[in-house]
Design a binder for this molecule. Structure first.
Ligand code: ATP
Ligand code: MG
Length: 237
């Protein structure tokens, strides 16, 4: 149950002015599309539009062929800065999408617990977000996004706050989840190595649009030699 996403001549911006102009891009169903680009190039802005949180200045976003006009549980978002509800415990944050899906209480608890264990947060269920480190909060967001079994996951630098070891663990978890669910992923990072590890394609944003798109041949292998692709991306950044 994957979801294709099409950006059709999409222009985005804020009251102060435009950020991206007439972007055409297709995210294939089940694809991992990684977006890189300098700070301020519009990566978060683009993800917000895909989530349905930002109305385009022009053009459209289509998800599964239908125009995106608002948020949907089919498209889960992991925010760059905290997206957790501060007054809810870790457990109740992760249960939220399950509640929206109408799962009964007992089942919600089981599924939430499974995901919290997978992101390494067992024992922290009853804490409030403010009682966690930044990296732990990012992991709660990841658990919450995946627990809802969305067809697409939009991830804005989700591993940015993690130490190298935890980060490698989360990347492995994400690849694992992808094998299970085949969800479509749009993933923003400023780490080129992370981009090359996760991506089927890397899109470089800059100067108000897509600078270049680079196919990353499989299989995903942390040991694969990506030096040439790495150079190519760094040159465009
Ligand atoms: N809520 C907002 N209101 C007005 N302007 C905004 C808003 N959010 C972002 N911008 C502007 O839009 C441009 C793109 O910002 P965006 O957050 O999308 O960049 P980014 O590529 O995600 O950067 P970073 O790598 O630092 O996260 C910037 O010039 C920024 O100042
Ligand atoms: Mg950003």
């Amino acid at each position: 149950m994957t979801l294709g996403i099409t950006l059709d001549s999409l222009s985005l911006g804020y009251a102060r002015g435009p950020v991206l102009r007439e972007v055409d891009l297709t995210v294939r169903p089940g694809e991992v599309l990684v977006i890189v680009g300098a700070s301020g190039s519009g990566k978060s802005t683009l993800l917000r539009a895909l989530a349905g949180l930002l109305t385009p200045h022009g053009g459209r976003v289509l998800a599964g062929g239908e125009e995106v006009t608002g948020t949907s549980r089919e498209r889960a978002m992991v925010f760059q800065d905290d997206g957790l509800l501060p007054w809810r415990t870790v457990r109740r944050n992760v249960e939220l999408p399950l509640r929206i899906r109408g799962l009964p209480r007992g089942e919600r608890r089981t599924v939430a617990q499974e995901w919290l264990a997978r992101v390494g947060l067992e024992g922290h269920e009853d804490r409030l977000p403010r009682e966690l480190s930044g990296g732990m909060r990012q992991r709660v967001q990841l658990a919450r996004a995946l627990a809802g079994a969305p067809r697409a996951v939009l991830m804005d630098e989700p591993f940015g706050a993690l130490d190298a070891q935890t980060r490698a663990g989360m990347q492995a978890l994400l690849l694992d989840v992808l094998r299970d669910t085949r969800a479509t992923i749009v993933f923003v990072t400023h780490d080129v190595d992370e981009a090359l590890l996760l991506a089927d394609r890397v899109v470089v944003l800059g100067s108000g649009g897509v600078r270049t798109t680079i196919e990353v041949p499989g299989p995903r292998d942390p040991a694969a030699d990506r030096a040439e692709l790495r150079e190519k991306i760094l040159k465009e950044l």
